[in-house]
Write a protein that binds this ligand. Structure first.
Ligand SMILES: [Zn+2]
Length: 265
């Protein structure tokens, strides 16, 4: 009896030791959580994608269907594209700083309600930085300040698109200064930021506009036309973008983010 007990005990002990070793080995072999290595590059150019409204209004060039927009963002994720922040774009344009490989920039103009309900959750899901250009005049009818603050607090860049959405070239110098300054002041009051980024409403500007945004503390501004990619050494006050709408199916989308010589639509 004593002998059996001893053998049994020895067996149990061995089992414990073996299991213990096994567990230790398994633990040792478990790879540590590490961030994926991102290759940094100095690209010839960067596509800055220009979106407006996500919705079902198929005949409007400023609108893109939700399913197509989602497919485009999934394409970026699945194919290793790296959306950049405005700061990264600025450092590239003005100083030629390296950026993650396969860079793109995601911009959303006009602050539509769907920017909060559709774009924002998707950006969070994919971990994509994005920039939203808002008009203060439209606050409350499209986005609310509450929504804008939530997006800002969760990493979305909020920037000035003018106090009201009006062609700068139609305004006097004083009116332009006033429109831009009021936009900056509202963003500072509500979000505590001095927005260094601007987007010309309708892409329109004249000889006074650049001076007015510089005076307001803007370092870089987005254009609408002509379309094109952004490059190192470009005028930071007229950064070209790439239109994306319903005509940009996945084939055209891939073309627009992989070559600067993309087809006109
Ligand atoms: Zn606009």
């Amino acid at each position: 009896m004593k002998r059996i007990s001893l053998i049994t005990m020895m067996t149990i002990l061995m089992a414990i030791v073996l299991v213990g070793c096994g567990l230790q080995d398994v633990h040792k072999e478990t790879p540590k959580e590490t961030a994926p290595v991102v290759t940094m590059v100095k690209p010839k150019g960067i596509p800055v994608l220009m979106y407006h409204k996500i919705g079902e209004d198929v005949d409007n060039d400023a609108v893109i269907r939700e399913d197509l927009f989602r497919a485009q963002m999934k394409f970026l994720k699945d194919n290793g594209y790296h959306p950049l922040t405005m700061e990264q774009l600025y450092a590239y344009v003005t100083k030629g700083e390296a950026v993650p490989e396969k860079p793109v920039v995601l911009t959303f103009d006009d602050g539509y309600a769907d920017t909060y309900s559709i774009v924002y959750p998707l950006m969070k899901e994919y971990g994509f930085p994005a920039t939203v250009f808002v008009n203060i005049d439209d606050m409350g009818t499209r986005l609310t300040w509450e929504e804008v603050k939530e997006m800002y607090n969760n990493g979305i860049t909020i920037a000035n698109h003018g106090y009201s959405h009006i062609e700068m070239g139609q305004l006097s110098q004083a009116e332009q200064v006033d429109n831009i300054r009021k936009g900056q002041e509202a963003l500072e009051r509500e979000l505590g930021i001095k927005s260094p980024w601007f987007c010309y409403p309708y892409g329109d500007r004249n000889e006074f506009t650049e001076a007015a945004i510089k005076e307001a503390g803007v370092k870089m501004a987005m254009a609408m036309k002509p379309q094109g990619w952004a490059h190192e050494g470009d005028d930071p006050y007229h950064v070209l973008r790439v239109w994306v709408g319903n005509a940009v199916d996945l084939e055209h989308f891939e073309e627009r983010i992989s070559t600067e010589q993309f087809r006109d639509l």
